[in-house]
Design a protein around this ligand. Structure first.
Ligand code: NAD
Length: 252
């Protein structure tokens, strides 16, 4: 690795597993001090412990404002004001989320509470931390389901992702004068614990790979290169944008 993030402090939500862990590990490899934030304390501790001295675990539930506010405050107390925040944590309720007529209010509200409200809370407190220090870079994890018809059987999940794309544009425009850049990365079908229901069903997996022009499933590492670019000063003129790393899925 090349030290592209030397001297930076980054916070990644959902860093206990999957895409978030791969991003956090890559940031460490690029020289950043990285806060592995996750509501799952064991997962955050294990992931940060394996990543070495530049990694710091943090228990944070993005769906709870006190948890998010306390998390940023404790980092400030430790002198860790983030240059980079990746708002990545999310859930997808397989078996409960469905086409709209079949979604319970409870499943809808749980999905919104984590994915959309949680991203809102992460951005709110990230902006408050970054403004006094003159800027920073925020990156959210979007989804093809928020951009096209890919989420036809996930009304709640795709609504949260569409909301995230709008929230990113709104936040990017509001805080550009403060030097805060806000962008979205859109992974395609990426094999993590989140999508194990698809990965373990050969027909469902074949169908989604068939909708991916590059002809394979993504891996968490596929997403890390664009994240390093957006976290670094190399992307200093990029804000309010979507960067698709989806094997071509959204161009079909
Ligand atoms: N896997 C895919 O195919 C795919 C595709 C597009 C977008 N995404 C998005 O990528 C992001 C990461 O997903 P993943 O596939 O790595 O899933 P994952 O389940 O492997 O990891 C998600 C992590 O988020 C944490 N988390 C969940 N709720 C939380 C909360 N309230 N507060 C803090 N942490 C919480 C979990 O503990 C877990 O460690 C999500 O936003 C997801 O919607 C995933």
């Amino acid at each position: 690795m090349t030290g592209r993030l030397d001297g930076k402090v980054a916070l990644v939500t959902g860093a206990g597993s999957g895409i978030g862990r791969a991003i956090a590990d890559r940031f460490v490899a690029e020289g950043a001090r990285v806060v592995y934030a996750d509501r799952n304390t064991d997962a955050a501790t294990t992931a940060a412990g394996a990543a070495g001295a530049l990694a710091v675990p943090l228990t944070m539930d993005i769906a709870s404002e006190p948890s998010v506010a306390d998390g940023f405050a404790s980092l400030a107390d430790d002198g860790l004001v983030p240059d980079v925040v990746v708002a990545n944590a999310g859930v997808q309720l397989f078996g409960q989320d469905a086409a709209v007529a079949d979604v319970s209010l409870e499943a809808w509200e749980r999905t919104l509470a984590v994915n959309l409200t949680g991203t809102f809370l992460t951005l709110k407190h990230a902006v408050r931390a970054m403004r006094p220090r003159g800027g920073g870079s925020i990156v959210c994890t979007g989804s093809p389901t928020g951009l096209n018809g890919e989420g036809s059987t996930f009304a709640a999940y795709s609504s949260t992702k569409g909301g995230i794309h709008a929230l990113v544009r709104s936040t990017a425009m509001a805080y550009a004068p403060d030097g805060i850049r806000v962008n979205t990365v859109v992974p395609g079908y990426t094999e993590t614990g989140l999508v194990s229901t698809i990965a373990t069903d050969p027909a469902a997996r074949a169908a989604i790979v068939a909708r991916t022009p590059l002809g394979r499933a993504g891996t968490p590492d596929d997403v890390t290169g664009i994240m390093v670019y957006l976290a670094s000063d190399e992307s200093s003129f990029a804000t309010g944008a979507e960067f698709r790393v989806d094997g071509g899925m959204t161009s079909l």
